[in-house]
Design a protein around this ligand. Sequence first.
Ligand code: ADP
Ligand code: MG
Length: 316
Amino acid sequence: MDGPGEFEIIARYFTRRALDPAVRVGIGDDAAIVATEGELAIAVDTLVAGTHFPPALDPAAIGHRALAVNLSDLAAVGARPRWATLALSLRSVDTSWLEAFAQGFFRLADAHGVTLIGGDTTRGELAITVGIFGDSAPAPLLRSGGRAGDRVLVSGTLGDSAAALGHFATAPAQRPPEAEELIRRFAYPEPRVALGRALAGLAHAAIDVSDGLLADLGHICRQSGCGAVVDLDALPLSPALLNLHPERAESFALSGGDDYELCFTVAPRDVGQVREIAAGLGTAVTEIGELTAETGMRGRRGDTTHPLVATGYVHF
Ligand code: ADP
Ligand code: MG
């Protein structure tokens, strides 16, 4: 590689003193070694420039997002994230890009007490693969735990990130403030780790909304052997989305990906407790429907329902 070599990049941007005593060997040897107790939750996600984010996205946001989507997967099973690996494929070495990328990555890692324990650095098209390892909850949240009659809830708001994509082509100075707000949601998703951990043992099923609400709730339905009714007027929509895209807000919320909110199901009697927990964490949660014994997903408005077709993001 031109500029600083592979090892200099690793030393300069990614090697920090591990504060976690469970990390016996971190970056710098052939493999990381960590001390574990009990069961691990493990996930990995790749972000490819041009497919998962616009290549010109702020590098701090790319660093944040690469870790956030993985933290979101652990949140969805109610695990406590602890260690991450980072495989970075770069077209060229741009030191200010690397600096900002590392800053975005570590700011989020520090906020969640996650230690970077290893990775790989190669030349190629810009792509980032993060692996995440954490302590599993004693009763992990699974997609398969839903039961007919469960209430369906989601955290935060839906559709903002999908709506943001159409605004990247506009020069920042030309964008309305609401578009900046949507882009911020896309660039800096907030993984709902604390909520997921608090829901483990309480919620019946959960998933993080990465491919779109209908696609992801559809996974819960299929794996739980249920269907669902979604109250269309209850979907949590942000003011920015409603102001900028009043006509398309609902379809962004149903079918747009990249929200990284949690969608989960709970017994009706536990909804109050879930609301208290979420309020304590400062995270909005909204009841958007219920699981049904009849399979398939339906949208409800007032007294009428109609079938909903899951058209989430499909990679192939
Ligand atoms: P090896 O050739 O044995 O696979 P490398 O030379 O690729 O090892 O990496 C040297 C050390 O730096 C290893 O500990 C590896 O985990 C770590 N590493 C490489 N790239 C990164 C990165 N982008 N982020 C964090 N650690 C990295
Ligand atoms: Mg290697």
